[in-house]
Design a protein around this ligand. Structure first.
Ligand code: FES
Length: 248
């Protein structure tokens, strides 16, 4: 007998709003590190309301049902109101979830939150990009500067990474001058380094020449954006690992 009630089975067998929106205003992706399931939500916003919403998941029946019911619940809602939908409300609409499956509803809720964050970032003119590694990916944003536009034009790019302390860098084969050179950067910065054929650098933390809590690049770079720090990721990566950088 199924561990799920009728509400879950109904949404699982006939999920609503499945798919993707090509010209989405916001996209949010989350993964559950324990079960490995992934969910992505796309939103289209008009007058600060969610006009259209779609989801895709590599997830269990409870994740599919949660994505289906959440997208139904927030379609037509104001963006701020959509953020107030709770996990309990999702589970309630499904008629309950077994205790060990309650976390699956969080996947949908977190993906929606990320899609709305992404919508706000794009509204500020930030441009989303993604760094895809073998077993995971990182999302970042670049500012609409002329250097960033040059970088965006060479994407997608595939390269092998080098590590230098808690910095990773890789060639993108771009010749460009720096408008705002600096050597001191922040954790989570994405920077362009004009040496070695033109490289992108991701600063997860200290480099070998960092001192007094300041993160110092090898030589002049220009910060073009930032990424969401995944503290363990830099330790999982090794010299020679592949990365693909693409626009999201
Ligand atoms: Fe992973 Fe349900 S078991 S989301």
């Amino acid at each position: 007998m199924s561990q799920y009630g009728n509400g879950v089975m109904e949404h699982f067998t006939n999920p609503r709003n499945v798919g993707e929106i090509k010209d989405a205003d916001g996209v949010g992706t989350v993964g559950n590190p324990v079960c490995g399931d992934i969910m992505r939500i796309y939103i289209k916003v008009e007058d600060e309301r969610i006009k259209e919403i779609k989801f895709k998941t590599f997830g269990c029946a409870a994740a599919i049902a949660s994505g289906s019911v959440l997208t139904e619940m927030v379609k037509g809602k104001a963006v701020d109101e959509a953020l107030k939908v709770t996990r309990e409300q999702i589970i309630g609409k499904l008629g309950g979830l077994p205790r060990q499956k309650r976390h699956c509803s969080i996947l949908a809720q977190d993906a929606l939150k990320k899609a709305i964050d992404d919508y706000h970032a794009r509204k500020k003119g930030l441009i989303p990009i993604r760094f895809v590694f073998e077993s995971t990916s990182l999302k970042g944003y670049v500012k609409p500067t002329s250097l960033a536009q040059k970088i965006l034009r060479v994407l997608p790019v595939e390269a092998k990474i080098e590590k230098w302390g808690e910095e990773i860098y890789f060639p993108i084969n771009l010749k460009a001058d720096l408008q705002n050179p600096q050597t001191e950067v922040e954790k989570g910065d994405i920077a362009f380094w004009p040496d070695e054929g033109g490289c992108l650098c991701l600063f997860f933390g200290a480099t070998p020449i960092s001192k007094e809590g300041k993160i110092v690049a090898y030589s002049d770079v220009e910060v073009v954006g930032s990424f969401t720090i995944e503290p363990m990721l830099v330790r999982m990566l090794s010299d020679g690992d592949g990365v693909r950088v693409e626009r999201e």
